[in-house]
Design a protein around this ligand. Structure first.
Ligand code: ACO
Length: 323
């Protein structure tokens, strides 16, 4: 038996910061509206020519350094992204090349904002089945490239960035008391596509398209779905909500995070929140929040960490791990 243990964590944010005041010069909005409705003050925006694979490689390099590993140690690169550099090859293959990794497999996973949670579960499965030994698991996005910058209902909410972890196969069964991934729960419901989607793609319009969202409806589903995912993972492991050391949610909206934590009975001081300075970075948001929690000393080896996300598809899920 094998379990997947986190060896290190990394992050990258583009240098350019766009504040709510900057946005108010582009669309009819205000700092007060954005802050009150979403909790967001600022977000990072990739420079011209800075690609998702550049962000992903920088976060991956940071995670490898934190793990004390070189490129030869990795035999699986997974990138969760909805904003790949190209239709193909996979951004993961480009990241592999940029990092000098030459062994094993590399592929992208597309579950929009739930991408990182899906990718951790996928890497865990591949490590436990013996396909790979050490995985670099990345969430990376340049959502600034798929925003309609004339639509104030969406363009104020998103940002660019990347986060990564290294997972290693270690002998022993997954167990609540041991370090490693303990349990994952993944869901999708394709019937709700019209509430959140991008209106383009290679086989439909031949164009990249722009993000479209019915924000209020997404909000309503988010709290219900995230709560279901978290409750299921806790039930699978027999743990009460107050056993969790750190709740690391997808960073879409501070109101969703607060409402979900309250409904689940998770104390506010156990919630890692970065949405105020990152905006919604889709698949990058959970690993970016992890990296912040690790860097400032809150998340430490042995802590019980709960990840969750919900996004386009709809997709949603949760993962419980001991850091
Ligand atoms: N600035 C000023 N006013 C605005 C803006 C803006 N940027 N955007 C909308 N408004 C106006 C609307 O036009 C509306 O005006 P009206 O009442 O005259 O019609 C009013 O503000 C209220 O709009 P609502 O949409 O009802 O505002 P709400 O409180 O629901 O907040 C928000 C909107 C922030 C989008 C919220 O619904 C939300 O966060 N939803 C969830 C989004 C989410 O979680 N996405 C995650 C998945 S993302 C992914 O998977 C890629």
């Amino acid at each position: 038996m094998v379990r997947s243990v986190v060896l290190g964590c990394g992050a990258y944010l583009p240098a350019r910061v766009m504040t709510n005041h900057d946005l108010a010069r582009i669309v009819d909005t205000s700092d007060e509206w954005i802050l009150e409705r979403s909790g967001i003050s600022e977000r990072h925006i990739a420079a011209d020519g800075e690609l998702t694979s550049d962000l992903a490689a920088a976060a991956g390099r940071d995670a490898l350094a934190a793990a004390g590993l070189g490129p030869e140690a990795i035999d699986l690169v997974l990138v969760a992204t909805a904003t790949p550099d190209r239709t193909f090859p996979a951004t993961a293959a480009r990241v592999q090349a940029k990092l000098g990794i030459t062994g094993g497999a590399a592929f992208d996973l597309q579950a929009v904002c739930t991408g990182f949670v899906y990718t951790v579960a996928t890497a865990d499965g591949l490590l436990r089945s013996g396909v790979a030994r050490r995985a670099l698991v990345i969430g990376a996005e340049t959502f600034s490239r798929i925003l309609d910058w004339t639509d104030r209902t969406t363009c104020v909410l998103f940002g660019d960035g990347a986060g990564a972890i290294v997972l290693e196969a270690r002998p022993g069964e997954p167990a609540v008391g041991e370090r490693g991934v303990i349990a994952s729960y993944l869901r999708a419901d394709g019937r709700l596509e019209d509430l959140l989607y991008v209106d383009g793609g290679p086989s439909s319009t031949g164009q990249v398209g722009h993000l479209r969202m019915a924000g209020r409806e997404v909000f309503r589903h988010a709290v219900t779905n995230i709560s279901e995912a978290v409750e299921t993972v806790l039930r699978q492991t027999g743990l009460p909500a107050d056993a969790i050391d750190w709740f690391v949610p997808h960073q879409a909206n501070k109101r969703i995070i607060d409402a979900t934590a309250k409904r689940l009975g998770i104390a506010p001081e156990k919630v890692i929140t970065t949405v105020q300075v990152h905006g919604n970075t889709s698949a990058a948001s959970v690993p970016l929040a992890l990296a912040v929690g690790v860097a400032d000393g809150r998340i430490r080896p042995g802590h019980l960490v709960l990840l969750e996300a919900m996004g386009g598809g709809f997709t949603w899920g949760a993962t419980l791990l001991r850091w």
